[in-house]
Design a protein around this ligand. Structure first.
Ligand SMILES: [Fe+2]
Ligand SMILES: [Fe+2]
Length: 342
């Protein structure tokens, strides 16, 4: 082994660099913290800004110019990645009366929660899901999906996709469908009957895509009448997979949080990152050093490990829809949560 006459750490580092090698001593231990650190920033987006941009896009962006007419919420710290958080992309989609968004599929899992308008439909793997406000419709990994608005009125929904996560795993792919529209084989109402208290054998396990608001609303109301609120999340309902009881999708947990008039939650923090959208009512959320005052239609991000709590000072109930990457953290045994002072 040939060594330089006067060897040193600096000479060794320089020689190793030429051979694509690096010493652990070069990392700098002071850069490690005793808690997880994120580049995602807390951020609030106001509905009036989103709505104005959506309406203008409706005038100047045709469906032939864009696969989907969506407007993304960009985290100020992640603008280069065009992402809302490091794991989830949140956007709003506007489909005018008579428009059709052609079918495609991708490895990114997606969901849509309907905000304004009724009667349009999404077709998922041949299953027609007619949209009502408050419905949640899933398009899991590699399911074919297209959107058709034959309701005679415009419709707006929010989209959540795990694109940033799938991209960082270098697994993103996209495929257009060979036809202009998917043939419809069944409806989500027909399929829903197979997931009630009496069920066939598990054959249809992967076919449940549509959580209807009429069911969710009844469930929320029953929860408020029969249980106590969670100290950190108020009355919280998680959208679970009806077969496994597991998360909404492997990468995203969707939930609704109801805050009664005057309700104030306690502060906590967790290793998952959550995007909230105010579906009904208004309130305030404290996230780290920030206070976000939100009204119906506003959206905000709670980055991982930021202490946060919610307050409803209004005289009516507030309902927040949320998307979290907790299932990813839990499957990797990286999920932690704890009470936090704020
Ligand atoms: Fe899509
Ligand atoms: Fe939380």
């Amino acid at each position: 082994m040939k060594r330089p006459m006067t060897d040193s750490v600096e000479v060794l580092n320089a020689d190793m660099a030429k051979k694509n090698l690096g010493g652990h001593w070069q990392l700098g231990f002071e850069s490690y913290l005793a808690y997880p650190e994120t580049t995602v920033q807390p951020c609030l987006w106001k509905w009036k800004d989103v709505y104005e941009s959506l309406m203008r896009a409706g005038e100047v962006v045709g469906m032939d110019q864009a696969e989907r007419r969506t407007i993304r919420l960009l985290n100020p710290a992640l603008k280069e990645r065009q992402a809302t958080t490091h794991t989830i992309q949140f956007s709003f989609q506007y489909v005018k009366a008579g428009e059709h968004a052609r079918p495609h599929r991708h490895t990114a899992a997606a969901l849509r929660f309907i905000l304004k308008g009724n009667g349009a439909y999404t077709t998922v793997n041949g299953q027609k899901c007619v949209m009502e406000e408050g419905d949640l419709i899933l398009t899991p990994q590699l399911t074919w999906h297209d959107h058709t608005n034959d309701s005679g009125k415009p419709i707006i929904w929010l989209d959540g996709l795990d694109i940033p996560l799938v991209q960082s795993l270098q697994q993103l792919l996209f495929e257009p469908h060979p036809q202009e529209a998917q043939p419809i084989e069944k409806t989500s109402d027909q399929v829903a009957l197979l997931y009630g208290h009496a069920r066939p054998n598990a054959a249809a396990a992967a076919e449940f895509f549509h959580y209807k608001w009429s069911d969710t609303e009844r469930c929320l109301s029953a929860l408020v009448k029969t249980a106590s609120p969670d100290r950190f999340d108020g009355y919280i309902l998680e959208f679970r997979n009806p077969v496994t009881g597991g998360p909404t999708m492997p990468t995203i947990q969707c939930a609704l949080e109801l805050l009664r008039p005057g309700e104030e939650t306690e502060a906590h923090r967790h290793t998952s990152t959550v995007i909230y959208h105010a579906f009904r009512g208004g309130g305030s959320s404290y996230v780290g050093d920030e206070r976000f005052d939100w009204q119906q239609g506003d959206s905000f991000v709670v980055p991982l490990w930021y202490p946060h709590r919610h307050v409803n000072r209004a005289a009516s109930e507030a309902v927040l829809f949320s998307m979290s990457d907790a299932p990813v953290l839990k499957s990797l045994h990286l999920y932690r949560e704890e009470p936090a002072g704020l």
